[in-house]
Ligand binder design. Structure first.
Ligand SMILES: *Cc1c(COP(=O)(O)O)cnc(C)c1O
Length: 361
């Protein structure tokens, strides 16, 4: 990923926005945070958007505001960034891991019902790599069993499911503005979205020490605000996101074309219900060749990434739970994410694919 393209493109605008914040002297919960929250809510088609300090905090606050607490169970995927499960454990609830659909790499909705118990409170579907989870069967289960849905949209800002923006489908949506995400700040930041006034009210309190009014604390909360400088930067970037996501899709289709019929390589599956915004372009390389290929590419000066080398259920903190998730495990051994950014030139992609084909031989 290369951020210098967008920084060059927006240099003047970024500079004047940042300078305006410096001159205003307003650094915490100022007018840019409020304006960004309104603009993001409009973009995503939700009633409330609430800034906070990170995507991880958005998940912790969302779980608490949705009423998840000690002893509860929350169903999620193990093929995700650690923070998804960590947030569940932070609120003293238990993550319950379900295997992935090997095609989409997202949680397999058909395997959820059998792990629902009387302690299950919520499901966190993660829209991995920019592609929507199949939300309809999950929504039906949540209605049937009275569960909350907390969407982890950290990798899919601007993506949609059957025409509905991700983060507007469940009870809460949680976004991250980590710099490399599709909409990234130049530091940490996060956002929570909801159409539920009660969840919105509690979330706004939780991010600010459990208070509605300064120095009048009603709950034990957090210091987890989106800061004014990051909000100002995000306001410059948000109007470009649609175009950047379109560019990501074209970069992905060029990869698909260049990798057509490349033997031993599986290109990403694109589900018909998803508008995939390609946070990552992730291929699969079978037969234990993946690590070798990554090393050869590195020797050619091409950095690839493995998201994720160890599934969450096999990490030291959760390994004792004893989960066996064969599709997740197999994916972790085969996935390789190729470089992708919106402004990527075709020639760079051709070089990468040439090296990739060479490495496969
Ligand atoms: C990045 C990410 C997070 C955490 O976001 P931070 O802003 O880094 O705290 C959570 N879940 C997923 C799937 C992510 O990719």
């Amino acid at each position: 990923m290369d951020l210098q393209y967008e920084i060059n493109e927006l240099w003047e605008e970024l500079n004047s926005s940042i300078q305006a914040v410096l001159r205003s002297g307003h650094f915490i919960m100022g007018p840019n945070v409020q304006a960004f929250e309104e603009e993001a809510a409009k973009f995503l088609g939700v009633k409330h958007a609430i800034g906070c300090n990170s995507g991880t905090d958005a998940l912790v606050i969302a779980l608490t505001a949705a009423g998840v607490g000690p002893g509860d169970e929350v169903i999620t995927t193990s093929f995700t960034f650690f923070a998804t499960a960590e947030a569940i454990s932070q609120v003293r609830a238990h993550p319950v891991f379900v295997d992935i659909d090997p095609l989409t790499l997202n949680i397999d909705p058909l395997q959820i019902e059998k792990v629902i118990t009387s302690r299950t409170k919520a499901i966190i579907p993660v829209h991995l790599f920019g592609q929507a989870v199949d939300m309809q069967p999950i929504t039906e289960l949540c209605i049937k069993y009275g569960l909350k849905i907390i969407e982890d949209v950290a990798q899919a800002f601007g993506g949609s499911y059957k025409g509905k923006m991700l983060g507007s489908i469940g009870d809460v949506g949680c976004f991250s503005f980590f710099p490399t995400k599709n909409l990234g700040a130049y530091g940490d930041g996060g956002l929570l979205t909801t159409n539920d006034d009660g969840i919105a009210d509690v979330s706004r309190m939780l991010r600010a020490h459990g208070s509605r009014k300064k120095y009048y604390n009603e709950l034990i909360g957090y210091n987890s605000r989106l800061d004014e400088l990051q909000a100002a930067i995000l306001r410059v970037k948000l109007p470009h996101l649609k175009r950047w996501n379109e560019l990501r899709k074209s970069v992905a289709s060029v990869y698909n074309e260049l990798l057509h019929e490349a033997s031993g390589i599986t290109t990403p599956y694109h589900a018909p219900y998803a508008d995939h915004v390609y946070h990552q372009y992730t291929i699969r390389i079978a037969e234990g060749k993946r690590d070798h290929v990554a090393h050869v590419l590195q020797d050619h000066g091409i950095s690839t990434m493995i998201y994720y080398p160890t599934p969450v259920h096999q990490l030291p903190v959760y390994a004792h739970l004893g989960y066996k998730l064969p599709h997740t495990r197999e994916a972790a051994n085969e996935v390789l994410s190729l470089p992708i950014w919106p402004q990527m030139e075709r020639e760079i992609q051709e070089k990468i694919v040439e090296s990739l084909r060479h490495a496969m031989n």
